[in-house]
Ligand binder design. Sequence first.
Ligand code: CUA
Length: 156
Amino acid sequence: MHKYEKIWLVFGIGALIFFLSVIGVSAFYLGNQPPSCLATIDPDKVDQTAPFSEPGLKKVEGKDWDYELVYVAQAFSYTPNEVEIPKGAKVKFIVTTKDVIHGFEVAGTNVNMMVEPGYISEKVATFDKPGEYLVLCNEYCGAGHHMMYSKIKVVD
Ligand code: CUA
């Protein structure tokens, strides 16, 4: 084999190994789960597990947020289906799913989470503008995916 051919072969294999390890390290470094999912839950016992046994809006005291808004996602709906919150409320969303992976995006806000079975996804947002906000599923979850939504009404 020609000398230069050998050099390039070694260089090529070296680069390949380098990039594969970069991909490997970055894919598994964070433990392979969405960063918004910190707590776990048994997906078969969602209905019996607090706070998901009573989904909906709850006023809370002594926390960095005013309300906790609990959702259960399942193919192809969210519980609750419609929620009214007062203008200016700082709300912590707490979401889990009973079946497959769903999305949880509140259109027009910074709330955009992946909801995985076995995990609880959380995000805090403040609603300063009155109006209607759509909660949308942005992870393909099956035949009814496009019909999966919920509504949030922010009222004065
Ligand atoms: Cu649920 Cu797409």
